[in-house]
Design a protein around this ligand. Structure first.
Ligand SMILES: O=c1ccn([C@@H]2O[C@H](COP(=O)(O)O)[C@@H](O)[C@H]2O)c(=O)[nH]1
Length: 243
């Protein structure tokens, strides 16, 4: 088994398997894990997971299951059988759904039990976006509420932004903190709203940093990944988190 010491997870957000593998072949499985999300999995199916595993990558299957408990449990069992390293569900599906997912990965029939993590509040959302969908709490409060629920249901970790990582590290240290919304200094925010630089995110308590466009849209993705890794071993510098 590949020993990966890097906290980086590269989001392979591509429309087809071919483009995803072209990028994967420029990456080193010792330097990062990879994430297969809704676009790539819908286009390519389970074979993309197999192709990436053959190349030595740990795969995070980011399908964010959110449905009735039985449906989510069956989806989690199917994902476990693919041998993925990590998979996720939405914490807002509630405790019955989270417990069903947790039981499903326990006896999922894969070669190893995948890590099961819960999405709290998407990093594309700010307080206003949350209020728009009827949640009259701040992002920080809602992330805390859903994190407590995930912990009570024995999940392994959370998807949150790096802005919440420090607080979660203090109150729920047993949960892994997986943080998208990672943006090197000067890089565009895009559709992300809660962002932080790689070094600042690591210093703030992120266990794994999910990085997509800053690497995949780079002219030289391997170089972009190398620059982020260099930033992580250097002293945390510029951070883009608000005040
Ligand atoms: O709250 C969330 C949950 C998942 N994501 C996913 O992470 C990557 C981020 O890509 P970038 O190009 O670095 O913005 C993407 O696959 C999302 O689906 C997230 O951003 N926020």
């Amino acid at each position: 088994m590949q020993l990966v010491i890097s906290p980086l997870i590269i989001a392979l957000d591509y429309a087809d398997e071919r483009d995803a593998l072209i990028l994967a072949d420029q990456l080193d499985p010792a330097q990062c894990r990879v994430k297969v999300g809704k676009e790539l999995f819908t286009a390519s199916g389970p074979s993309i997971v197999e192709r990436l595993q053959e190349r030595g990558f740990d795969v995070f299957l980011d399908l964010k299951f959110h449905d009735i408990p039985q449906t989510v449990a069956k989806a989690c069992r199917a994902a476990s059988r693919l041998g993925v390293w990590m998979l996720n569900v939405h914490a807002s599906g509630g405790s019955a759904m989270l417990r069903a997912a947790r039981e499903a990965v326990e006896d999922g029939g894969g070669t190893r039990r995948p890590l099961l993590i819960a999405v709290t509040v998407l990093t594309s959302m700010d307080d206003d976006a949350l209020h728009e969908v009827g949640v009259n709490s701040s992002v920080v409060e809602q992330v805390g509420r859903l994190a407590t629920l995930a912990a009570a249901c024995a999940l392994d970790g959370l998807v949150c932004s790096a802005l919440e990582a420090d607080r979660l590290r203090n109150v729920l240290p047993e949960l892994l903190r997986v943080t998208p919304g990672i943006r090197p200094a000067q890089y565009a925010e895009d559709d992300q709203r809660r962002i932080m630089t790689p070094a600042a995110a690591l210093a703030a308590g992120s266990d794994f940093l999910v990085v997509g466009r800053p690497v995949t849209a780079a002219v030289d993705p391997a170089r972009a990944l190398g620059q982020i890794l260099n930033e992580l071993v250097a002293k945390p510098g510029d951070s883009r988190e608000p005040g």
